[in-house]
Design a binder for this molecule. Structure first.
Ligand code: SF4
Length: 493
């Protein structure tokens, strides 16, 4: 998972992109980069979180009114510096690109580019393939019509995006800078990863535009949220700040919206909204749905709960709503150490386990002797849940119940969330009682899939990790997964 951002017509593009990246920091902490375009490209990128990767003093070097930026959570490649985004090419235009998602068939595409187009890719990252594929397509579709001093042929740019849709399998929300020409953004035909458009009036009366993974970045930069980029759509803001849109579509000519449910459940910031659905509101609804599920048992005293506590931070709104609905006290029984990374984002199992130990501290006075209902956003590997249950018991809880706002995750994600191995998933092929036992909790309560759908209120959703119904072909997914594992092992050797 990653965060992407682009601005066009900004009076201080470099600074805005930096500020916006800080708002998208939760989407990736491995590396960050900013690219702007004046007469030439200006690029700053490095490993680490935004403030470490990009020195504030260097922002002066980011000239120009247009730019793109990226914060990276590596789910592809080997984590080398060469893979840090944005990536650039100098032909047929200066093209810079950053994306969020995974191209499942990137290896086949890389091979094809090498054999048919003599384009050499130098990393094991899908962005390089996407960039070369787009550059090749844009050369074919725009070069013959682009004369000196003329602006770029926008229809040709959209035709190149269509070519990308025709060739790529997977999830991709992309921001692209075409030097001296404009800012392009597009989403895959299912719109699996988010991308929103914002605008604000400049002093000269024209509109500046921004594209971002999440609306919280737009708000921070004073751009008004206009709408989501539609699944399969491309938008291009040209050098005169005119916005062009082409609802490019998949080969069949139809789009089938399948935004990732996990954006609302776990990944996106609570202050964001996508597809018209506020993340915070969705999480409140998920808490209410959990309350409905156990209400009768509480009333009939089949289940006794003294207090409800979130496993911070994502599940907080759900825990608040659940406690409100049941009329049970809500407490912050576990305090988060803010100076360690989100465990889910850490790469290695050992690192994850160690991080859990330092991540949460129990408030003994609240927990001792209590029947505690802990609320978590989701249970993936179960590592965190198991350790937290143990922590709560060692802090004196008499009973530890665990409620998850996400139904059981039983299938891998090939679209940019880091749980690609079935065997790593605690719920894979397991009955509820067995998962409960593995986690060491007295009872485990999952949100129902229908309640998740209802809470988000969207007709189409990707829920493939819950039900195995993938929105794209996945015949190349096994080799994608194998390669990913090999890359990871290779990078550790
Ligand atoms: S498989 Fe799950 S995590 Fe991956 S995109 Fe679909 S809903 Fe999101």
């Amino acid at each position: 998972m990653c965060g992407v951002l682009g601005v066009a017509g900004s009076e201080q593009a470099g600074r805005e992109l930096y500020g916006g990246l800080l708002m998208l920091q939760h989407r990736g902490q491995d590396a960050a980069g900013i690219l702007t375009s004046g007469e030439i490209f200006h690029l700053l990128k490095n490993r680490g979180m935004v403030e470490k990767a990009i020195h504030r003093k260097s922002l002066e070097t980011l000239k120009g009114e247009m730019g793109i930026a990226h914060t990276r959570y590596a789910t592809m490649g080997v984590g080398s510096e060469d893979e840090i985004q944005p990536q650039i090419l100098s032909f047929p235009y200066g093209i810079g690109m950053a994306h969020n998602g995974n191209i499942v068939n990137y290896r086949e595409l890389a091979k094809d580019l090498r054999l048919r187009k003599r384009r050499h890719t130098n990393t094991k990252s899908d962005i390089e393939v996407l960039l070369n594929l787009f550059a090749d397509a844009v050369a074919e579709s725009t070069e013959s019509t682009h004369k000196t001093n003329d602006s770029i042929n926008v229809e040709g740019v959209f035709a190149a995006v269509q070519k990308v849709h025709d060739e790529c399998v997977g999830a991709y929300s992309v921001v692209t800078l075409i030097a001296g020409e404009g800012l392009l953004g597009f989403r895959d035909p299912h719109g699996i990863r988010p991308l929103v458009i914002g605008r604000k009036k400049r002093k000269d009366g024209a509109y500046a535009y921004a594209l971002a993974s999440e609306s919280n970045a737009l708000r921070f930069l004073d751009y008004e949220l206009v709408r989501d980029v539609k699944p399969g759509e491309a938008v291009f803001i040209d050098r005169d700040l005119e916005l062009h849109s082409s609802e490019s579509s998949s080969k069949s000519g139809k789009t089938d919206p399948k935004p990732c449910m996990f954006e609302w459940v776990y990944f996106s910031g609570p202050e964001s909204q996508m597809e018209g659905v506020p993340v915070y509101g969705a999480r409140l609804s998920l808490g209410r749905a959990l309350a409905e599920k156990i209400k009768d048992r509480i009333e009939s005293q089949d289940l006794k709960i003294d207090l409800v506590a979130p496993i911070p931070d994502t599940s907080r709104p759900a825990a608040i709503a659940l406690a409100e609905c049941l009329g049970i006290p809500y407490r912050e029984a576990l305090i988060k150490n803010r100076y360690v990374q989100r465990t889910f984002i850490l790469d290695e199992q050992k690192e994850r386990e160690r991080a859990v130990e330092v991540k949460l501290s129990p408030i003994l006075s609240e927990i001792k002797g209590k029947h505690l209902l802990l609320v978590d956003d989701s249970i993936v590997r179960g590592t965190t849940s198991r350790r937290i249950a143990r922590l709560a018991k060692s802090a004196g809880a008499e009973k530890v119940y665990l409620a998850s706002t996400c139904p059981p995750i039983v299938s891998p994600c090939f679209y940019g969330i880091d749980f690609p191995d079935r065997e790593e998933l605690v719920a894979f092929n397991q009955a509820l009682e067995r998962i409960q036992k593995k986690l060491g909790v007295d009872e485990l309560i999952y949100t129902e899939t229908k309640d998740l759908q209802k809470a988000l209120g969207l007709k189409g959703l990707c829920m493939a990790c819950l039900d195995g119904n993938y929105p794209t072909a996945i015949d190349q997914a096994e080799s994608f997964q194998e390669q990913r594992k090999k890359d990871r092992l290779g990078s550790q050797a």
